[in-house]
Design a protein around this ligand. Structure first.
Ligand code: BG6
Length: 477
């Protein structure tokens, strides 16, 4: 058994285009759903407006301005010793409206510049095709992923990206955290995942049906994308991307155990379909019992079977618990509870490093595919001192505790892990709240929630700590 991580373990960091790039109208970029999301906070949800309103602030428009800082940012990543960097390709840079036939060359050229810069610095790009940033036109004109037409539009986008970049990018992911929409009563999650805005009169049951339908089209689109990638270049590795939060039973009561199992199955069936290529029996039975009728064609089922993923990428931030009350089906909006045994960060996200080891072994035992941690980290308030330092010992501790558990999973449990890409390696805009002050980075970006500041980059204490961790391949934390 290995003593530590493999030599080519992919240490690095992760971001997403809409939270990091800014330049929301440069280089021919079209408007995405993220451009219509206002600034929120832990207490106030982000508004999803129909138009860009002059008196509201939209933090993704400027974000961290990576578009104009990419050389400097990549230099900082190289200084830390990054082997890989995960970002997404903004669909709207390539197809501003999402339904054009010909791509936007200026958008394609921007990612060529970024990928070339990364490769020049010995960093592999790891790319998500769809990370909460679909073209707004697809929402307005087609109703987002409630429309089967999106499968062709997405796979055309995927084809163009694989064809253009297959020599520069080996690791791809289709849909970021496709399973967030399990909570189909969350306006934000369903909008970010599927570009669906529910009308106020729609019932919870109808919302659930729509969510499953949209997810089905996404799963088919993903499976098609896997096949396209392999046809263009058989060496490409295409993964799914799941938000993995273990849901523990509230007690050892058999009812709680069974209920927590159902909770995990409900959140993670997306992974089952991506990896196994078919729907699990329990879910088919559930659809029947609930009268959920989906547009699933025999051809779709063949596509799912033929387009299973090469690896499983996932984010890990927190764990939860579930307790059996009076219904057998898991309803995320009411059944997902905080775990009283672990502490939470300032935004209520529960910190549970052991849960990371649990997650890794759970997935290995269920899916038997290589795993890739493409998000993990602590959102925290940082203070920039007058001499431009950030003493973020709390972040170092968080990351150290998680890496320790990840190492146990690799060394003691034999998990096949490709790499570790902590989230928001350079500060960026939060997806859930739109704040800048919920910071994850090793590098501080001097901007406040309203984008005010010099945009200068300052390494934090965690920068130097992570640099050492990478240099010794995780042997000394
Ligand atoms: C994941 C997303 O949900 O968590 C990222 O893939 C997001 O886009 C990250 O930024 C952290 O969440 P937040 O809300 O703190 O930005």
């Amino acid at each position: 058994m290995k003593k530590t991580f493999v030599d080519n373990f992919l240490w690095g960091g992760a971001v997403a285009a809409h939270q990091f790039e800014g330049a929301y109208q440069e280089g021919g970029k079209g408007l995405s759903i993220a451009d219509f999301m206002t600034l929120g906070s832990h207490e106030t949800p982000r508004e999803l407006t129909d138009a860009i309103e002059a008196d509201k602030y939209y933090p993704n428009h400027l974000a961290s301005d990576f578009y104009h800082h990419y050389q400097e940012d990549i230099k900082l990543m190289a200084e830390m010793g990054f082997k890989a960097f995960r970002t997404s390709i903004a669909w709207t840079r390539i197809f501003p409206n999402g339904d054009e036939t010909e791509p936007n060359e200026a958008g394609l050229a921007f990612y060529d510049r970024v990928f070339d810069e990364l490769l020049k610095n010995g960093i592999q790009p790891v790319i998500t095709l769809s990370h909460f940033e679909m073209p707004i036109n697809l929402v307005k004109k087609y109703g987002g992923w409630s429309n089967r037409k999106l499968i062709d539009l997405f796979t055309h986008f995927a084809y163009v990206c694989f064809d253009r970049y297959h020599e520069k990018v080996k690791y791809w992911m289709t849909f970021n955290e496709i399973n967030n929409q399990t909570n189909y009563l969350s306006d934000l999650s369903v909008y970010e995942n599927s570009g669906i805005k529910f009308s106020p009169e729609i019932s919870p049951a109808e919302k659930e049906q729509l969510m499953y339908q949209a997810a089905h089209y996404e799963l088919v689109a993903s499976a098609k994308a896997v096949q396209i990638a392999h046809t263009i270049d058989p060496t490409l590795q295409v993964g799914c991307m799941l938000a993995f939060c273990p849901i523990y039973p509230a007690s050892s009561k058999p009812e709680d155990i069974l209920f927590a199992q159902r909770a995990m199955d409900t959140r993670l069936y997306f992974g089952d379909v991506h990896v196994n290529g078919y729907y699990p029996n329990w879910l088919k039975a559930y659809f029947e019992e609930k009268g959920i009728k989906l547009d699933i064609t025999p051809e779709d089922l063949t596509i799912l079977q033929k387009g299973t993923v090469d690896y499983i990428a996932f984010s890990y931030y927190m764990s939860f618990m579930a307790e059996y009350t009076d219904h057998d089906d898991y309803r995320e909006y009411q059944d997902l509870r905080p775990n009283p045994h672990v502490k939470a960060n300032d935004w209520g996200w529960q910190i549970d490093p052991i849960g990371l080891r649990y997650s890794l072994t759970w997935m290995m035992n269920r899916w038997h595919k290589p795993l890739f941690i493409v998000e993990n980290g602590l959102g925290a308030y940082d203070e920039l001192t007058t001499d431009h330092q950030v003493h973020d010992q709390y972040r170092i501790e968080y990351l150290r505790n998680h890496i320790e558990q990840m190492k146990k999973a690799v060394v003691e449990d034999g998990v096949d892990l490709l790499g570790y890409l902590p989230w928001g390696c350079i500060d960026l805009v939060s997806a859930s709240t739109g704040e800048m002050k919920k910071r994850y980075g090793f590098v501080y970006v001097d901007a406040d929630d309203y984008g005010k500041g010099s945009m200068k980059r300052y390494p934090k204490d965690s920068f130097y700590w992570y640099q050492k961790v990478i240099a010794n391949n995780g042997s000394d934390l």
